[in-house]
Ligand binder design. Structure first.
Ligand code: DX5
Ligand code: ZN
Length: 231
């Protein structure tokens, strides 16, 4: 019922393929792939070429989080690279409905990523275009930032919307949270309504003593916290 999506942003990029294999072997459900363009956000990461290179290494879904502006051209690049989930920020698209359609038409699941200050009403007219919602609990651009507490209320409000939408449409959207998720706050984040959790620094800075590139222990601790929440 809960999904775990470690963010490669905090992985060792010099051995990225190995990190992908190790984090999935350590218990990750998805691989979260942060794409930054030094324009929409003040940092620069990786693009479709790198997604394509890691695609054959795992069967786990690749969850591409686009922090780029504009978004449309790069969407097709990521579809060709084998992305399973693609989200973008509404502020980065001139035509949100069209960008969402491009993702689904390419066969991937479509999501909107909302910054801490982005209001929920951006969802109003696109619910039927969405497969998931990603709530940012930090300002996008960097790993290792502190969880913004007001995200808890926003998660609860989003959960209420999604439940109402489920009753109306029969469709179930995933609610993903991204930023500052740690062992000591994941349970309360789940209680507020999230079902899919991105964690970057919490995972990749917690390798095993016996093997710093295995993350079994921290992923087990995160899951144990979730187990206390119940269904
Ligand atoms: C931030 C990224 C996040 C980031 C999370 O812009 O979208 O996915 O990697 O990192 P942590 O878990 O360290 O906050
Ligand atoms: Zn992200």
């Amino acid at each position: 019922m809960y999904r775990f999506a470690p963010s490669l942003l905090s992985a060792n990029f010099a051995r990225l393929g190995e990190e992908v294999e190790n984090v999935v072997a350590s218990g990750a459900d998805w691989v979260h792939f942060d794409v930054m363009d030094n324009h929409y956000v003040p940092n620069l990461t990786v693009g479709p070429l790198v997604c394509k290179a890691i695609r054959p290494l795992t069967k786990a879904p690749i969850d591409v989080h686009l922090m780029v502006k504009p978004v449309d051209r790069i969407i097709s690049g990521f579809i060709e690279a084998g992305a399973d989930f693609i989200s973008f920020h509404p502020e980065a698209s001139e035509h949100i409905d069209r960008s969402l359609a491009l993702i689904r038409d390419g066969g991937a699941k479509a999501g909107l990523a909302l910054n801490p200050a982005t209001p929920l009403y951006v969802l109003d007219h696109v619910m039927d275009r969405l497969d998931f919602i990603l709530l940012m609990s930090v300002n996008p651009g960097f790993g290792g930032q502190a969880f913004i507490p007001s995200t808890l209320d926003k998660l609860a409000a989003t959960r209420a919307r999604l439940d109402a939408w489920s009753r109306k449409s029969g469709r179930h959207l995933l609610l993903e949270v991204d930023g500052g998720v740690k062992v000591d706050n994941i349970a309360e984040i789940a209680r507020a309504g999230a079902d899919t959790f991105v964690a970057g620094s919490a995972v990749f800075e917690a390798g095993l003593d016996s093997d710093p590139h295995r993350y079994d222990s921290v992923i087990a601790r995160l899951r144990a916290e979730l187990a206390t929440v119940g269904a």
